[in-house]
Design a protein around this ligand. Structure first.
Ligand code: HEM
Length: 352
């Protein structure tokens, strides 16, 4: 109940003061002159104001009369020695740092809270200005003198030109929202792939085309190719199947088993005509090429060009990559010997 009573008493007092304010509150500028000397004196003497009689009578000056009236009305009136709200409110600003440093003549909120409320800065403020961390210009709006009055809202952004993205630092959002730009010299073609690096150098025909997907002219048959169309059943696979069977006598009907000693004259007589098989020599060995003639990709005529003689030179000129022994292994007749060697051997055999 005590608190309720005190509350009622305070409310009544406030209401009374509201209805009948003292003259010092209603008079326009009792302490308005911004002369530093009287204000400084008032500020210093604020502690002594609760004792009104200390100053003594001084009816000659209006300021003293005002102080006496204030002290007589209520102790709270002593706060009137502070600068009137008319002067202090316009200086209220949330800009604590820059306004206090850049414009020392304008009292900031910190000065207002210190109770001085004087437009003249103290020696502490002039001697040691607080170092303030640098702030990014894009995050902090430009400070302007708070001439608008008692608004506690931050000032709106200035209507001036906005900072360009190029001038903003890395913390500014516009710089991060900028879409990536393609340089004018960049190429839109993709980089070469790993498979492309393993390919061989392009030939002359594909070099003329700008795209790698362009079809390369493929020559299926050489212009001067002498390959012939083989009869059905005479493909290389059919030849391979024929030679895989050892029962097939590919050496010839009248050829005795075992390797023969063949002289050049004997080889010459096996020319492939008149019902005789065609023999040829290759690297000192004699082969019967007659069974292979229908399987020869270059044709029977080309193959028989080497019949009755050595075919090494022709063979190497046309297709040195062909495995001779692998194809004609089952067609081996014997070894090529000289005429004299065979004659001497026959003589020795006769002597035995
Ligand atoms: C002795 C004389 C020979 C001649 C004059 C001759 C000639 C030829 C010719 C003109 C071609 C066609 C080449 C082309 O245009 O692509 C050819 C292909 C061929 N010849 Fe002979 N040839 C001879 C002996 C042989 C022999 C003894 C063999 C088997 C051991 C043989 C196996 C082949 C094969 C496998 C091909 C196909 C090559 C290929 O596909 O690229 N030739 N021959």
């Amino acid at each position: 109940m005590g608190w309720v009573g005190a509350g009622v008493l305070i409310a009544t007092t406030v209401y009374f003061l509201y209805c009948y304010p003292p003259r010092s509150w209603t008079e326009p500028r009792p302490l308005a002159p911004p002369e530093p000397k009287p204000e400084a004196t008032d500020t210093i003497s604020t502690a002594d104001e609760p004792v009104p009689g200390k100053h003594g009578p001084g009816p000659s000056t209006p300021g003293v009369e005002t102080e006496e009236e204030d002290s007589q009305s209520t102790p709270k009136a002593s706060a009137s020695s502070a600068p009137p709200p008319v002067l202090a409110v316009p200086t209220l600003s949330l800009d604590s740092g820059d306004s206090e440093t850049s414009n020392p003549t304008m009292p900031s909120i910190s000065q207002f809270l210190r109770g001085t409320g004087q437009s003249k800065p103290t020696d502490r403020d002039n001697a040691a200005p607080k170092p303030k961390p640098p702030q990014p210009p894009s995050l902090a709006p430009p400070q302007q003198p708070s001439t608008t009055g008692g608004s506690l809202m931050p000032p709106p952004p200035p209507p001036g030109p906005r900072p360009r993205p190029s001038q903003a630092n890395s913390l500014s959002p516009p710089s991060t929202l900028q879409p990536p730009r393609l340089s004018s010299g960049s190429s839109l073609s993709p980089p070469p792939s790993a498979a492309a690096s393993q390919r061989g150098p392009p030939n002359s025909s594909s070099r003329l085309s700008s795209s790698t997907l362009a079809p390369t002219p493929v020559t299926l048959k050489k212009p001067n190719s002498k390959k012939v169309i083989l009869e059905p059943g005479f493909s290389p696979l059919d030849w391979a199947a024929l030679t895989s069977n050892p029962n097939n006598n590919l050496r010839g009907k009248d050829v005795p088993p075992g390797l023969l000693r063949v002289t050049p004259s004997m080889l010459k007589e096996q020319h492939g005509r008149k019902g005789r098989d065609a023999w040829t020599s290759y690297h000192g060995k004699v082969y019967n090429i007659s069974p292979y003639a229908p399987y020869h990709p270059g044709g029977k005529g080309e193959l028989l060009r080497g019949a009755g003689k050595d075919s090494a030179k022709l063979f190497q000129e046309i297709h040195p990559w062909v495995n001779w022994e692998g194809i004609l292994g089952e067609c081996l007749i014997g070894i090529l010997v000289s005429e004299n060697a065979l004659h001497a051997e026959n003589t020795l055999d006769a002597m035995d």
